[in-house]
Write a protein that binds this ligand. Sequence first.
Ligand code: MLT
Length: 248
Amino acid sequence: MRLDVFLTAGELAGADCTGRVVAVIDVLRASTTIVTALANGARAVVPFADADELMTRARQFERGDVRLAGERRMLPIEGFDLGNSPAQFTTDAVGGMTVLMTTTNGTRALVGAQGAVDVVVAAYVNLSVVTAMLRTALRGGTDVVIACAGQDGHYALEDAACAGRYVRMVTRRLSGVAMNDAAHSCALLARNYGDEIGTVFLDSAHGRALADAGFREDLALCAAVDAYPIVPVFTERQITKLGIDRER
Ligand code: MLT
């Protein structure tokens, strides 16, 4: 049984994830926003590394069936329907829609997760259900990776702290789980912060940048533990929620 944490999207892209379950975290804000979109009725979220590729794919849809979403430098992309603020992904905005999405780090990390048994989108808003899924995987003998998107190729405190929360919960009362150094470090970080997720966010460069850019309310939405108990699974190029028809 192995549980490893990767601290950047680059580490994930370069890793062999064959046979593993991978949970991708970009807690500020892409993974939170994807969970929110699916919880509010989006049919699917399709992640793209870049906007040009997204626009090419968009032409294959009826315009009324899709929402174009994403950010660059935290702000909505010109001509898109939505940015990357979870507050925008209401039932009115995304219900029944396929959301085509590109963000600076989060969607890139997802696209880079290759060869895994399952790729799931993880955040604080779906902490307990994704934890349960990862524990089931480990108990069944499947190794797990928790992959942080990070920030522009670098370590991001908020993703590491969220990963640590997962490590602590996933391994609770499970013996014999081998972990890499990053998993141990993230677990200590999460223990240090405890439930002070707001403090994590304001200690992080990206959290402060979001607050300065007028997205302070998003920080509260991203810190809402278990607000949306769904497991988004990325398979066949799209993210849908694991449900009755897609039990694992
Ligand atoms: C990203 O993918 O880099 C983030 O979600 C950026 C953001 O907060 O909009």
